[in-house]
Design a protein around this ligand. Structure first.
Ligand code: CUA
Length: 155
């Protein structure tokens, strides 16, 4: 079978690019140790309401300026709907869902998480400025999605 010279160059180029991309991925995974997160907190989505700490969602003080906030995101509300912390507090959010995928986005912060049933997602933020921060679900989750919001009061 005759393969034209340009065709052969082009095939060599294509296969070469695939080999380079694969090498980059393998280098990132093994040499740079870039891997998907593992060992994250899991929770049975059918038993969220019975599983501590999500059986009593809310704020826990963990230090002079530190809090843990446990949230359940469900159709179509956040529990707790509102939390109140002093300015300068670092809040670590733990969120899970008993039903469908939700979003957890606090405006004017870098908190923007996807809430996947069965998993606990987590992120921290230090609230330096006083005010009311809106918490919104930014993943379409059903007919009441637009009513799914909460707030963080920083006083
Ligand atoms: Cu929950 Cu959109």
């Amino acid at each position: 079978m005759h393969i034209h010279r340009y065709e052969r160059w082009w095939m060599t180029f294509g296969i070469g690019m695939l080999a380079i991309f694969l090498a980059v991925i393998l280098f990132a995974a093994f040499a740079d140790n870039m891997n998907p997160p593992s060992g994250m907190m899991q929770v049975d989505p059918t038993k969220v309401a019975q599983t501590p700490p999500f059986d009593k969602p809310g704020l826990r003080r963990t230090g002079p300026h530190a809090f843990d906030a446990y949230y359940v995101a469900q159709i179509f509300m956040f529990a707790p709907a509102s939390i109140d912390v002093p300015a300068g507090s670092t809040v670590t959010f733990y969120v899970t869902s008993p039903d469908v995928v939700h979003g957890f986005n606090i405006t004017h912060t870098d908190i923007n998480m996807m809430v996947v049933p069965g998993w606990v997602n987590t992120a921290s933020h230090t609230f330096r400025e006083r005010g009311t921060y809106l918490l919104v679900c930014n993943e379409y989750c059903g007919a009441g999605h637009q009513n799914m919001f909460g707030k963080v009061e920083v006083h």
